[in-house]
Design a protein around this ligand. Structure first.
Ligand code: C2E
Ligand code: MG
Length: 469
C-alpha cells in the first residue's frame, strides 16, 4: 500500500513540475515576443522622431519660397565651422540683385519672384557640398568660404555673375557683391554679414566691377553717410540747404531766359557742400524726395517774391530726381505748392535726367504724359550722357533737351565730336525741340553753338550758380 502511495505521490509531483515547467516556458516565450515587439516599437518611434526632428530642422532652416538655407542655418553652421577649424581663413560674401526694383517695375512682381528663385538656385548649384550659404532676406544672399584666396573669391563672383546674366535675354540680372575677409572669428556672425553688406551697398549699377571689399576707409564713409542722413532732417528744418540759381542765356540776344535751381548744403565747418557730396546718398534712400520737395518750395517762394516785388520773373528750372517717377503723388504735391504760392505753370520747368527716362516702366511713362497734359514744361536733362538718346525724343512728349556738359567737354576737342553735336542739334531742331547746351566755358564754344543753331546756353562762361539770398 505504501508503495502505491509513494508511486502516486511521485506521479503527482512530476505532473506538477511538468505543468510548472510548461507554464514557465510558455510565459517566458510570451514575454520575449512582447519585449521584442516593444523594442521594435520603441526603435521605430525613435527613428520616426529623429526623422521628424530632421524634418522640423529642415523646415526651420529653409526658406519656404526658394527652398534654400535661411539666416538661422547660416548663423548656426558658420559658428560650428569656426569652432571646428578656428585656424582656417574665412571670407564672407553677401550679394543682392541691385536692379530687382526695375525688374519688378518693368516685368511685374511675378517675374521678380522668378528672378529671386533663379538666383537662389544659382547659388545652391554653385555651392553644393559642404559650403555654407543662405538667403538671408528676400533680396539678400550670403555665403561663407573657407581657405580661399582673393583670386578664388573673385572667380566665384564672376561665375555667379555670368550664370545670372544667362537668365533671359531681355532681363539682365545684375548682382552686387560685398566681400568681408574675416579677421576675428569671435565677432558675431551677424556683424560679419553687416560688414559685407555695407561694402556691397557701395557697388553702383554704373560701376565696372560689381563687387566691393570691406575696408576701414569704406567703413568711415559709411559712418559719415549715416551721420549725414541723420543730420539732414534737422538741416531741412534749419534751412541749411540753399538754393543757388544759374542763369540760362539766349545765345542770340544774351538775355537771361531762365535759371536752374541747384542745391547746396551749408554744412557747419565745411562751407557750401556740392550736391555731388550728398545727392548720391540721398538718392539711395527716400531722403531725396524730402530734399526735392524742399527745393521746389524754395523755387515757388522765390518766384512769388519776384512777383511781389514787381520784378519780371524768369522761369525756374527744377531738378526732378528719377525716384519721383515711381508714383504720381509728387504731381499733387507740386500742384498744391503752386496753388499755395499762386504760381503759374509758365514760371516752372521740370528737368528730368536722361538716366531716369531710359527703360522706364509704363507707370513712369504715364506720369510723364500726365505732367505734359497738366501743362508742365519738361526738359530732358543731361541729354547725350547715355548711348542712344535719340530714342527718347520720339518716346516722350517733351519739347526741350539740355545737352549734358560732359558731352560738350568730351567732344569739344575733336572735329568728329563737334560734328556729332552739330548733327544732334540739327536733328533736335528738325523735330522742333528747344536745345539748351550746358557747361559752356569759352567764347569759342558759344560761337560754335550759335553757328550750329543752339538756342540757349548755360555755363561758367556766363555765370556760375549764384546765391540770391
Ligand atoms: P545738372 O542738373 O546737370 O546741373 C548742372 C551742373 O553743372 C551743376 O552742378 C552746375 O553747377 C554745373 N555747371 C554748370 N555750368 C558749368 C560749367 O561751365 N562748367 C562746369 N564744370 N560745371 C558747370 P551742381 O550744381 O554741382 O549740380 C550737380 C547735379 O546735382 C546737377 O546736375 C543735378 O543733377 C543735381 N542737382 C542739383 N540740385 C538738385 C536738386 O535740387 N534736386 C535734384 N534732384 N538734383 C539736383
Ligand atoms: Mg539739371
Amino acid at each position: 500500500m505504501l508503495v502505491y502511495i509513494i508511486i502516486f505521490a511521485l506521479i503527482v509531483a512530476v505532473a506538477i513540475l511538468g505543468y510548472r515547467l510548461y507554464m514557465t516556458k510558455s510565459y517566458y516565450k510570451y514575454d520575449k515576443d512582447r519585449l521584442n515587439k516593444v523594442e521594435e516599437d520603441f526603435a521605430k518611434k525613435q527613428s520616426d522622431s529623429e526623422e521628424a526632428l530632421e524634418k522640423l530642422q529642415k523646415i526651420a532652416y529653409t526658406n519656404a519660397t526658394t527652398n534654400i538655407w535661411n539666416i538661422d542655418y547660416f548663423l548656426a553652421k558658420s559658428e560650428e565651422a569656426f569652432q571646428r577649424e578656428p585656424g582656417a581663413s574665412y571670407t564672407l560674401l553677401t550679394f543682392n540683385i541691385m536692379n530687382i526694383g526695375k525688374i519688378n517695375q518693368l516685368f511685374g512682381p511675378t517675374e521678380g519672384d522668378k528672378v529671386v528663385y533663379f538666383t537662389a538656385q544659382t547659388l545652391k548649384n554653385a555651392l553644393k557640398g559642404t559650403n555654407i550659404y543662405a538667403q538671408v532676406q528676400s533680396n539678400l544672399f550670403c555665403l561663407l568660404l573657407k581657405n580661399k584666396t582673393e583670386a578664388d573669391v573673385l572667380e566665384l563672383v564672376n561665375s555667379l555673375t555670368k550664370t545670372l546674366l544667362e537668365y533671359d535675354e531681355s532681363i539682365q540680372i545684375k548682382a552686387a557683391f560685398g566681400i568681408y575677409q574675416i579677421t576675428d572669428i569671435k565677432m558675431p556672425v551677424l556683424d560679419m554679414i553687416n560688414q559685407a553688406n555695407l561694402a556691397q551697398k557701395f557697388v553702383k549699377e554704373s560701376d565696372d566691377a560689381n563687387y566691393q571689399f570691406f575696408t576701414d576707409e569704406l567703413n568711415q564713409r559709411f559712418l559719415e553717410n549715416k551721420r549725414m542722413s541723420e543730420e539732414m532732417e534737422k538741416a531741412l528744418e534749419e534751412h541749411k540747404f540753399v538754393m543757388f540759381l544759374q542763369p540760362m542765356i539766349d545765345l542770340h540776344s544774351y538775355k537771361i531766359v531762365s535759371a536752374e535751381a541747384l542745391v547746396r548744403w551749408d554744412y557747419p565747418g565745411k562751407g557750401m557742400l556740392s550736391p555731388y557730396a550728398f545727392l548720391p546718398l540721398f538718392e539711395s534712400t527716400s531722403l531725396i524726395q524730402k530734399l526735392d520737395y524742399y527745393m521746389w518750395e524754395e523755387c515757388c517762394k522765390t518766384i512769388r517774391r519776384w512777383i511781389d516785388n514787381k520784378m519780371e520773373p524768369v522761369p525756374i528750372t527744377m531738378n526732378i530726381s528719377p525716384a519721383h517717377l515711381q508714383s504720381s503723388k509728387f504731381i499733387d504735391y507740386l500742384s498744391s505748392l503752386m496753388d499755395r504760392y499762386l504760381i503759374q505753370k509758365k514760371w516752372i520747368v521740370l528737368e528730368l535726367p536722361e538716366r531716369g527716362l531710359t527703360n522706364i516702366s509704363e507707370q513712369a511713362g504715364n506720369i510723364i504724359r500726365r505732367l505734359t497734359e497738366e501743362g508742365f514744361q519738361l526738359c530732358i536733362d543731361n541729354f547725350g550722357s547715355i548711348s542712344s538718346p535719340l530714342n527718347l525724343l520720339k518716346d516722350f512728349p517733351i519739347q526741350r533737351i539740355k545737352l549734358d556738359r560732359s558731352f560738350l567737354a568730351r567732344n569739344a576737342t575733336s572735329g568728329e565730336g563737334l560734328e556729332i553735336i552739330r548733327y544732334l542739334i540739327a536733328m533736335a531742331k528738325e523735330l522742333d525741340f528747344t536745345v539748351i547746351t550746358e557747361g559752356i566755358e569759352t567764347a569759342e564754344q558759344v560761337k560754335f553753338l550759335v553757328e550750329i543753331g543752339c538756342d540757349i546756353g548755360q555755363g561758367y562762361y556766363f555765370s556760375k550758380p549764384v546765391d540770391l539770398r
